[in-house]
Structures are given as C-alpha cells and as structure tokens.
Design a protein around this ligand. Sequence first.
Ligand SMILES: [Zn+2]
Length: 83
Amino acid sequence: MPLVEIPSFWLLFAPCGCCDGSAVGARDDGFIRCATADDALKMWAPTKRERDRMQRDGWTVRALQSTDDHLALLRTKCPHGEG
Ligand SMILES: [Zn+2]
C-alpha cells in the first residue's frame, strides 16, 4: 500500500471562497480521523444527499497547507452573506 500523507487538518471552503470550517485529518498521536477529503466532507454533511448538494453548489475541501494561517482562516467572517 502506498504511503499517503494525511494532513493534520482539512479545510472546508464555501462557494464564495471563504473558509467555513476545519476537520481533523490525522492527530499528532497518529490517530486518523479523516483520511481523505471525502471523509472530511462527511463530518459536515453526513448524508450523501447533503454532500451531493454541497458539491453541486461549489463547496470544496482541501488539505491545510503549512503556509496556511489556520486560525486566521477560521476567524475571518464571510463578507459575502448567505448563499
Ligand atoms: Zn465568503
């Protein structure tokens, strides 16, 4: 099995491009909560119907990069309003 690097966090981005949340990928002790972006999406949208709708609406999940300011991303309030 190839070694896949699992990020410490996954970030959820709203259709407007703002960060809307984060989910744990792999903890420092090695415990893996969300191995893939799809696993992370399930934290926010447990049902396939919700996930399909979010993906259709343009929500995306990507790994937290070392260059990302995690807290700043989460603290920045979306200025684009609802939907
Ligand atoms: Zn926004």
